[in-house]
Structure formats: structure tokens, C-alpha cells
Design a binder for this molecule. Structure first.
Ligand SMILES: Nc1ncnc2c1ncn2[C@@H]1O[C@H](COP(=O)(O)OP(=O)(O)OP(=O)(O)O)[C@@H](O)[C@H]1O
Ligand SMILES: [Mg+2]
Length: 538
């Protein structure tokens, strides 16, 4: 390496070294410095310029070494970082990763394919964000590609963690930090991709490439298929960060049948710092109260607790109506805002401890269930008032309301307001009597179809744990006549010891749109014979 190259490399190498000493000959880059020290300046001021001034608050990270040139400093930083990601995280980024986060980075350093599957909020995206500058610093040239189910998810999760460490690092990291794009030099960069743009990435492997899949459980299978083909060349490193809400596909196989191909790190909630200490040690990580609440509410053996707390794949019992992994994918689906039409689904509380819930379907998206849309108790006037406000405020075209029991009062009250309200008695006959035992079964089957990943018009749902727990808890059976029977609300309540009110409101909001395809076997071909639509469905 010439000294010019070295200077260029050092300058780009995170612009991180402050020279203590005087430059003798700037044209050749020969330096008269005796020692090099890392500056403790933050990078915000001029992140991409190498500083030659010495900060008054120097952190003598390299000071125990005799380093005589920028080249040496660059090379030392590179090899030290490569030896120990932990050193880099603590000394350069100034962050304190917990043990499993260090284990993830060590694994990325050593193994071609690393898989981390964990409970929710264990710090996966955080360490993914920190691994990016570490990888770029410890290898030159090098590239990091980040893929998540949607571009938005990269932005709000991993890239926001990266930006945070970039601007708060103890030394400037250099380059130009932009949204989903950080360039230090040609072929020395990090880039975020939406799945549809990601396919091209796999064909372009260079030896020092790292590909990070964040929220890998929600990434479409065709992205992984492309990855499988490209990874056969074995040149890049891969990091899969996921929650094990999967029952098929590459991530599922990586956790189960193809375990040997990956260096796996499993993290359940009980081994995370806040749960271990039973107090908040690292703000933002999962806490014991949440774990206790979920276990109590959904059951130790529920798929919800298995996946979100215990870091296990779902049991996926054959009578589960809506697989949890379908819901995970629905959560990550890209949506068109304010697509319309807006339809409300209202489940009215039948007993004191139930909740009345309003779900709002806007085109193919379920809007977040705001606090306003959940009412304890069953005061019909109050529920009707909330429905009316949502209906008018959102310009809805219809409100589907469970009219059994107290719901009947809400329907009557709203009919007086001249809005398009449909009282639905789920115990009544279904539209397709050959296939379903009752309307409830047909309605819930349509809800299932609404999130089937094979459905090109599948819904996007909000990140709502209670909604997902309700939807994934529903069971069904097939009667002697071969008809689908979804368990009754009473059966579900007895089994779960709670009422699946959010799930019912969801089904009421979406079912009419998916009724036509609510067949026991999903068929999305143009020639399929569709069941009869209800008369009131225009
Ligand atoms: N070592 C750490 N130091 C400081 N904050 C941290 C650390 N690890 C994680 N966090 C913070 O904890 C929160 C949760 O972390 P993160 O989002 O990385 O978890 P996750 O496992 O990716 O969650 P999810 O399961 O939702 O994808 C974030 O706000 C993150 O910044
Ligand atoms: Mg994450």
C-alpha cells in the first residue's frame, strides 16, 4: 500500500483518527507523529472529514501503541475491530451491547450464515444497526445490504438504529449518511433495499459483503429463493434476525430441518436483561411485566407466547383457523393510505368483562385500533355514539354490527341516525350452506382468507398484539357433512378465559370483502366458481 492509498483509506476509514503531531510533508503523506489517538469528538459536525486537530477530551484508545502513520492507525483500527466486535461497539460506537448481542456480532464475524431467532424486543435491530459500521470498519472494501419485509420497516427499525450510532459514535464514522444509503467510498457502503429491489443484490456478491435480513420472518419467500441460488457461491456473510413466527419457508427450515447450515442463536425473553433483573436495565427491551401479562392472558402453550416470549416456532395445531405466520406477514404488508372504501366492524360487549370493539377497514388495510374504539362494558348509547363518530369522521360506507344480545340495541339506535348499518346475527344460516355450518363459520373463514399470503388482495393489519392473539387463537373443525364449523364465541371464551372481541370485530369489518373467496380450500384462479354474495352486498 502506498502512503497515498493509506491516507485515502484512513480518511475514508471512518475519518476517525486524529493525529497528534505535525505533518512534515503533506504531498507524500509522511508524518512526523509519534502517537495517534482517537478523538472523542462526536461526528455530527463534520462526519466525513478527517480531523487533524486534537480534541481536548481525547480518549486514548490507541495511545498504548506506538503508531507512526495514518496507515498504521487505519490498519490497527481495522484489525482490532475485526478481532473484537465488542471492542468496536464499546470504544468506537460508545454503546453497551448485552451478551447475546455480542454473540450475534461474533458469529457474523466468524460464520457465513448467522441466524438469530428470538422473543420480541430482544435488541436484534439495535445490534443489526451497530454491526453495519463495525463490518465496514473491519473490512475494506466491504458492503452491507439490508433487507426487511418493507422499505418502511428498514427505515424505522434497523436504519434508525444505524443513524443513531452514526451520530452518537465517539469518533466520526465518515461518509455520507442518507436514508437507506451510507457511502464511505466506491464499493465501501451500506444500503437498504425493499424486497422487490433486493433480488438484484444477490447476483452481485463480493467477498466482503454482508447481507442482513431484519424481521426475516416477514420477508417474502421469493426473496429467499433468490438468496438460496446466490449464496451457493459462498462468498458473502448473511445475518438473519427474526421472531420465529413461521411454519414454513426458509426461516422455518433454518430453525428446524436445516439447522446445521446456520450458526443459530436463540433468545427467549427469560434470558434478556430486563426480565432477568426484573427491572429496566436497557430501556426498550422486553420487560417481565409484559411477559407475565402475556403468559397469563394467552397461556404458556399458546402460539402467541411460544413465538413472542419463548422464541419457539408455533405448534401450529391442525385445527388452528388462522396461522400466526400469516398474521406476521399481514403486519408487514405495504399499504396504500386512505384507499377506501371504509367499512366498520363492531363487536358489542355481551357481558360485563367483555369489551366493545370497533375495527376500521380502509381498503385493504385495517387501521390501528385506537383506545377510542375499545369500550369496556355495554352501554348501548355510548357504543352507538362512538360508532357514529367513527362512521362520519372516516366517511365510512357501512357498519357491520354483531346484533346478538346488546348489539341489537346499538343497531337500532344507529338505524335512527340514517347510516348504512347492518345487524349481523352470526348464528343464522350462512350464504354457502354446503360449506359452512353457520354464518359465524363463514365469516371467520373469510377473515382467514383476508390474510392468506396467497391471496393477492390480502389485508395489511396493524402491529396489534391483542388482535393477533385473538385471530390466531380461533379453532375450527369439520362436521360429518364436511362443513366447516368455527368454534362459537362461548367455546372460545371458555377455552381462552377471555373473549376474542378484537378478532370478532375484525371478522365483521372484513368478511364481506372476502366472502366470495371464502372457500374451504383457497382458490385464486380466475375460473373458480365463487359462492353467492349476500343480497345487501352491492
Ligand atoms: N444494548 C442496548 N443498549 C441500548 N438500547 C438498546 C440495546 N439493545 C436494544 N436497545 C433498545 O431496545 C429497543 C428494542 O430493541 P430492538 O428494536 O432492537 O429489538 P428487536 O428484537 O429488534 O425487536 P422486534 O422483535 O420488535 O424486532 C430499541 O429501542 C433499542 O434501541
Ligand atoms: Mg427488530
Amino acid at each position: 500500500m502506498t502512503s497515498g492509498d493509506g491516507r485515502k483509506q484512513l480518511g475514508s476509514l471512518s475519518s476517525c483518527v486524529s493525529l497528534k503531531g505535525k505533518k512534515k510533508n503533506s504531498s507524500t503523506g509522511n508524518l512526523d507523529c509519534k502517537r495517534l489517538k482517537l478523538s472523542s469528538r462526536t461526528s455530527a459536525a463534520s462526519p466525513h472529514k478527517m480531523s487533524t486537530s486534537t480534541s481536548p477530551r481525547e480518549t486514548p484508545l490507541l495511545s498504548s501503541l506506538e503508531i507512526h502513520s495514518p496507515e498504521e492507525a487505519a490498519s490497527h483500527l481495522q484489525s482490532r475491530s475485526r478481532q473484537s466486535p465488542e471492542w468496536y461497539f464499546r470504544e468506537i460506537l460508545g454503546i453497551n451491547p448485552w451478551a447475546k448481542q455480542i454473540e450475534i456480532a461474533d458469529s457474523v464475524n466468524r460464520y457465513e450464515k448467522t441466524l438469530c431467532y428470538s422473543c420480541v424486543a430482544s435488541g436484534k435491530s439495535f445490534i443489526g444497526g451497530a454491526i453495519i459500521p463495525w463490518w465496514l470498519t473491519s473490512r475494506h472494501p466491504s458492503r452491507v445490504f439490508i433487507i426487511a419485509p418493507t422499505e418502511r420497516q428498514i427505515r424505522i427499525n434497523l436504519w434508525s438504529e444505524l443513524s443513531r450510532v452514526y451520530y452518537s459514535a465517539r469518533i466520526p464514522l465518515g461518509g455520507e449518511m442518507q436514508t437507506l444509503d451510507w457511502k464511505l467510498d466506491t464499493d465501501w457502503l451500506a444500503k437498504g433495499f425493499s424486497p422487490k429491489d433486493a433480488m438484484g443484490v444477490f447476483g452481485l456478491h463480493a467477498p466482503n459483503d454482508l447481507i442482513v435480513f431484519d424481521d426475516a420472518q416477514g420477508i417474502a419467500q421469493d426473496v429467499f429463493d433468490a438468496f438460496e441460488n446466490a449464496s451457493a457461491s459462498g462468498t458473502a456473510h448473511y445475518l438473519f434476525l427474526c421472531n420465529p413466527a413461521v411454519v414454513s419457508g426458509t426461516v422455518y427450515e433454518a430453525i428446524t430441518s436445516r439447522r446445521k447450515e446456520f450458526h443459530s442463536i436463540q433468545i427467549d425473553a427469560f434470558h434478556t436483561p430486563n426480565v432477568q433483573a426484573n427491572r429496566v436495565v436497557v430501556p426498550g427491551l422486553i420487560v417481565k411485566d409484559k411477559v407475565d401479562e402475556w403468559v397469563q392472558k394467552y397461556g404458556w402453550d399458546s402460539d402467541f407466547v411460544r413465538v413472542k416470549v419463548r422464541a419457539l416456532v408455533p405448534k401450529q395445531e391442525p385445527d388452528t383457523l388462522i396461522p400466526l405466520d400469516w398474521l406476521e406477514m399481514a403486519k408487514t404488508r405495504e399499504v396504500i393510505q386512505h384507499q377506501g372504501p371504509v367499512i366498520l366492524g363492531v363487536d358489542v360487549a355481551r357481558f360485563g368483562d367483555d369489551e366493545s370493539v370497533i375495527c376500521v377497514k380502509d381498503g385493504r388495510q385495517l387501521l390501528p385500533i385506537q383506545n377510542d374504539y375499545v369500550l369496556q362494558g355495554n352501554d348501548t348509547m355510548q357504543v352507538a355514539g362512538r360508532v357514529l363518530r367513527a362512521y362520519r369522521g372516516l366517511g365510512a360506507i357501512r357498519a357491520n354490527i354483531d346484533e346478538i344480545g346488546v348489539g341489537g340495541g346499538v343497531v337500532d339506535r344507529l338505524k335512527e341516525q340514517a347510516i348504512n348499518v347492518h345487524g349481523i346475527n352470526v348464528a343464522e344460516k350462512p350464504f354457502d350452506e354446503e360449506r359452512f355450518v353457520n354464518l359465524r363459520s363463514e365469516m371467520w373463514w373469510a377473515a382467514r382468507e383476508s390474510v392468506d399470503p396467497k391471496n393477492p388482495a390480502a389485508m395489511a393489519i396493524p402491529n396489534d398484539d391483542a388482535l393477533c392473539a385473538d385471530l390466531s387463537a380461533m379453532k375450527y373443525s369439520v362436521d360429518s357433512a364436511g362443513r366447516i364449523k368455527v368454534e362459537s364465541k362461548e367455546e372460545t371464551k371458555k377455552r381462552l378465559k377471555r373473549s376474542p372481541d378484537r378478532g370478532d370485530a375484525y371478522a365483521l369489518a372484513v368478511f364481506e370483502s372476502y366472502l366470495a373467496i371464502a372457500k374451504p380450500v383457497s382458490v385464486y384462479t380466475q375460473n373458480s366458481t365463487l359462492p353467492r354474495r349476500p343480497a345487501w352486498l352491492k
